[in-house]
Design a protein around this ligand. Structure first.
Ligand SMILES: Nc1ncnc2c1ncn2[C@@H]1O[C@H](COP(=O)(O)OP(=O)(O)OP(=O)(O)O)[C@@H](O)[C@H]1O
Ligand SMILES: [Mg+2]
Length: 504
């Protein structure tokens, strides 16, 4: 097999950060190569250099054996190299078809946009790859997961030779992951070369022919994906062995109920009832769109509670805003890190302590030393990789930004912490440490609501799990390792439900 892409000694610095250290990688035509490594290892940067989004400091890129000079994304596109981005940039007000075609040259003929052609072609593409989205739907009406599928369709319309997926499944649930994997299998059959970045090693094992491992800006090794043990791959990635991904669960829990929802309904969820105890890590699991995030929004005063009631320490409350909820001791670390959680062009330090200025100030004055000590400890505990605590958040790798979201939430020292998909995009090493930290917070008396689409995660972390489906509670299960089938059953029974409702 001849290499379609050869990267030779690619080097890149951002100020003092040496992001890529003479990285070499040869990619064969038609193969699927996975790229793995800790947060901040340099995976996204390497791909951005390949697509021309960043320029390299030194090194050579060969495409089909010839040196390529990419100073912008246009030249890489011409070679047929396309990337699906971690955070899709779409136009919310436009239709799916328009988004797919936006920026494409054959969108217009003789200077006129040919709408009929665009909608027909988009419909065909969605059908070909079994993407269950209407071409006429407005992007803003789609779930985050569906939007991600639109971003993928936008790449496929160009018939690329090489497709780069940078953590495509971070915002997807099982259903969409299946759709994506089908697309990838079709691309493989069409002999498209695929570069696949993910922290979910099961996916890497399932899809790839070879696995390239990066650590700390360097290419460590490239492994054949055959007879490869997961623990060995992890050791290559981290340069060390990790303790168990899920630490021992807390067994002693108080019986004190801190939060209770009684038949709570909003515009988006109906009839939600459950309790949260002091020091408990309560799991909420469900498919994307099952109402998990919407339940968090109801609790946190973002969406209005229209029926039912919520009791905090036994007293009825109805928060008018998140600020109100925070005053009462709640804190939400939201799902969509880029849009809601962080101030991108401010330092890590400020982003973390913004949630609890009281902690670092006295008589209205900020104690810089105290602030630095606190932020330093957080960065160490969570392994936040950055030049310094003064680095702006937008210069961090995706996973490290997510760690800042977690650090900010913990620093708020709430009584009740709502975590919506907290370890999304975080590497296995840091995940195991964050999980230990969360268990410790529970032991110290903090109540935690852990929202996840991964059954394994809630089972590993929680003693009780609320399973959601179709905007309501499908069941509450006591967690033990054998009941994943029961949880799956509760999560997926929706199709039957719909039939039942019709029959009534
Ligand atoms: N625009 C930038 N300015 C400054 N530093 C940057 C910039 N982009 C990346 N870096 C730094 O380069 C290093 C590599 O980042 P990169 O995004 O490539 O990591 P990654 O392997 O993709 O990590 P993750 O798994 O978290 O997505 C990090 O230390 C990051 O802080
Ligand atoms: Mg990345």
């Amino acid at each position: 097999m001849s290499p379609i892409i050869e990267l030779r000694d690619i080097d890149k610095k951002f100020g003092a950060v040496h992001a890529l250290k003479k990285v070499s990688l040869s990619i064969n035509k038609g193969e699927t190569i996975a790229l793995v490594g800790e947060n901040g290892a340099g995976k996204s940067t390497l791909m951005k250099i390949l697509t021309g989004a960043y320029t390299k400091d030194s090194g050579t890129i060969l495409i089909d054996g010839k040196e390529a000079f990419f100073n912008d994304t246009i030249s890489a596109k011409k070679f047929g190299i396309a990337q699906v981005y971690q955070q899709a940039e779409l136009w919310p007000e436009l239709s799916v078809a328009e988004n797919i075609f936006l920026g494409e040259q054959d969108m217009s003929r003789h200077g006129l946009v040919n709408w009929k052609y665009i909608f027909q072609k988009a419909a065909k593409l969605l059908e070909k790859y079994n993407i269950p989205i209407k071409e006429t739907a407005k992007v803003k009406d789609l779930s985050v997961a569906s939007q991600q599928l639109v971003a993928i369709a936008k790449v496929l319309i160009r018939n690329p030779k090489v497709v780069i997926f940078d953590e495509p499944t971070a915002v997807l649930s099982d259903k969409e992951v299946n759709i994506l994997f089908n697309i990838i299998r079709m691309l493989k059959k069409e002999k498209t070369t695929i570069i696949y970045i993910s922290h979910r090693l099961e996916e890497v094992f399932e899809l790839s022919d070879r696995i390239a491992v990066m650590r700390d800006g360097a290419m460590v090794t490239v492994l054949e994906n055959q007879n490869l043990a997961k623990s060995d791959l992890i050791a290559h990635m981290l340069g060390r062995h990790i303790n168990a991904l899920y630490p021992e669960k807390n067994t002693v829990e108080s019986d004190e109920v801190v939060l209770e929802l009684r038949n709570v309904s909003t515009d988006k969820v109906k009839d939600i009832s459950f309790t949260v105890k002091k020091g408990e890590i309560l799991g909420i699991v469900g498919l994307v769109n099952s109402g998990r995030t919407e339940t968090a929004r109801a609790i946190y005063g973002i969406d209005r509670i229209k029926q039912g009631e919520m009791l905090l320490f036994g007293k009825p409350v109805n928060f008018k805003s998140p600020t109100d909820a925070v005053k009462h001791g709640l804190f939400l670390a939201p799902e969509d890190r880029k849009k809601e959680a962080l101030v991108q062009i401010r330092p890590i330090r400020e982003n973390i302590t913004l949630s609890n200025l009281k902690l670092i100030s006295r008589f209205g004055l900020c104690n810089m030393q105290k602030e630095k000590a606190l932020v330093g400890k957080m960065m160490q505990d969570l392994r936040i990789k950055a030049d310094s605590m003064e680095s702006n958040v937008n210069t961090l790798s995706g996973g490290n930004q997510q760690k800042v979201v977690i650090a900010k939430a913990i620093t708020a020292q709430p009584k009740i912490l709502i975590f919506d998909e907290p370890t999304q995009g975080i590497d296995v090493g840091a995940k195991s440490e964050i999980n230990s930290l969360v268990q410790r917070l529970g032991r110290e008396g903090m109540s935690i609501i852990l929202i996840s689409s991964e059954i394994e995660e809630v089972q590993g972390m929680c003693n009780r799990i609320v399973v959601m489906r179709n905007g309501t509670v499908a069941g509450i299960v006591e967690s033990n390792i054998d009941d994943s089938k029961h949880i799956l059953d509760l999560m997926y029974r929706s199709a039957n439900d719909a039939k039942l409702q019709q029959a009534n």
